[in-house]
Design a protein around this ligand. Structure first.
Ligand code: ADE
Length: 264
């Protein structure tokens, strides 16, 4: 396997490139692709930058030019439901582009001419990722997130959720908007700006993928408050240690080859 690891922001991927064995930097499409071994896994780390086009371009390049066989997207998201708290982790079970609307020509949210509104990540990889996230919260959370940061963000007993992630070219910072999205998209757990674009690309190129996000805000009027502090001091630790646990597990127990009908 060759694992492509995408994050939108530099701060979200802090430490991963440093942890690579024999990293080589290759520039393509105005992005730096770091190719090397991460905890014994052949990997390519890259920053997509923010938004669906940036993410789609990055995912396509990873597959077409760098030959990755699997894609992992790590980063942050706004809570998509009132039961989800800052510091919780969401792993996508399904992804939708919440700003896709070609109605009345096509149903709202449907990606025209694909017949699909929702795109499913690879079940095996997503299960491994949830496992790594649970292990992180149980074993690493208290050691890696300082008490100051835990108190600053009110992080008590964070949880892992699996569900629908909605992506759009919009930083959601409006209570009415997030409530409307929650009403229109049953099972919504988080909103962000890239995952569903990666999902569409991976669906079209038949590449298994998974998306994990640390919840940085409630997608309301306070969403931007202390955003970068959360990314640097909390989300980066989550991404680093969860990826480490995932890679180690993939070495110990490689993924089963997908059957014709599995995964999508
Ligand atoms: N990423 C993190 N928080 C977000 C939000 N509120 N809206 C969109 N993307 C986000």
């Amino acid at each position: 396997m060759r694992l492509g690891i995408i994050s939108a922001l530099h701060e979200e991927q802090a430490g991963l490139v440093e942890a690579m064995e024999g990293p080589a930097k290759l520039i393509h499409g105005k992005r730096e692709f770091w190719v090397g071994r991460l905890w014994e896994i052949d990997a390519v780390c890259v920053l997509s930058r923010i938004g669906k086009v940036a993410a789609a371009m990055t995912a396509t390049t990873l597959v077409e030019k760098f030959g990755v066989t699997h894609i992992l997207f790590t980063g942050v998201a706004g809570a998509g439901d009132k039961t989800i708290r800052v510091g919780d982790i969401v792993v996508a079970e399904s992804l939708v582009q919440h700003d896709m609307d070609a109605s009345p020509l096509f149903p709202r949210f449907e990606v025209p001419l694909t017949g699909q509104t929702h795109f499913q990540p690879d079940q095996q990889l997503s299960l491994r990722l949830s496992g790594a996230a649970h292990a992180f919260l149980e074993c690493d959370f208290l050691d890696t997130i300082s008490e100051t940061e835990r108190q600053a963000f009110g992080l008590t007993q964070p949880r892992v959720h699996r569900g629908l992630i909605a992506s759009g070219d919009q930083f959601v910072n409006d209570r009415l908007r997030i409530d409307a999205l929650n009403g229109a998209l049953p099972g919504l757990v988080a909103v962000e700006m890239e995952g569903a674009a990666v999902a569409q690309v991976c669906h079209e190129l038949d590449v298994p993928f998974a998306v994990i996000r640390a919840v940085s805000d409630n997608a309301n009027e306070n969403a931007a408050h202390d955003f970068m502090r959360f990314v640097k001091s909390v989300a980066a630790q989550y991404a680093f240690h969860i990826t480490r646990r995932l890679c180690r597990h993939l070495v110990e127990a490689p993924l089963q080859p997908r059957s014709e009908s599995a995964g999508m």
